[in-house]
Design a protein around this ligand. Structure first.
Ligand SMILES: [Fe+2]
Ligand SMILES: [Fe+2]
Length: 163
């Protein structure tokens, strides 16, 4: 059997995010449960995207045939960040919150599908096993740092400065 590579590792995160989305949809109002599940989802999804960008997509960006995928994924990540911001800015107790969350969910799940069905299979073929396994290690090393960064609100502060 092939070794776990970065693509298997990324899909593990995707499945965790899908489960969290489902659980969030079953919550209602401004509850402890909704807060905690959304916080987990938000932190892990953001850290995942950042770690993905500095490992997999940084490599793909350097390859002419794969560059378009890297650009497209970065645009998707940006769109997801905007949708997250919309949810953040909505009162959790209002009925509008779940509507905003559903918009985020659609954008988010479309992106996962595209990665899993198109980008990852092509990239795996392009990179080969050795590089793909090495990238898994890089991803695993960076992800906890990205989680800390998101928890510290570093990305929001940067966004405020730019925006
Ligand atoms: Fe991903
Ligand atoms: Fe992604």
């Amino acid at each position: 059997m092939a070794m776990t590579d970065i693509f298997d590792r990324l899909v593990q995160d995707h499945n965790k995010h899908r489960k969290l989305i489902k659980a969030i949809e079953e919550t209602s109002g401004d509850s402890e449960e909704r807060r905690s599940l959304y916080e987990q989802f938000r932190t892990d999804a953001k850290a995942h995207a950042s770690a993905e960008e500095v490992t997999l997509y940084a490599i793909l960006m350097a390859e002419v045939e794969m560059r378009e995928y890297a650009r497209h994924a970065a645009a998707d990540h940006h769109e997801i960040d905007d949708a997250i911001k919309q949810v953040d800015e909505t009162d959790m107790a209002s009925s509008g919150w779940l509507a905003k969350f559903k918009t985020l969910k659609e954008t988010f799940l479309d992106h996962l599908k595209e990665e899993e069905e198109t980008i990852f299979p092509d990239a795996r073929r392009d990179l080969g096993e050795t590089k793909s396994v090495r990238l898994r290690d890089a991803f695993n090393a960076i992800k906890p740092e990205e989680i800390e960064r998101v928890e510290a609100g570093a990305d929001d502060k940067i966004a405020e400065k730019i925006g």
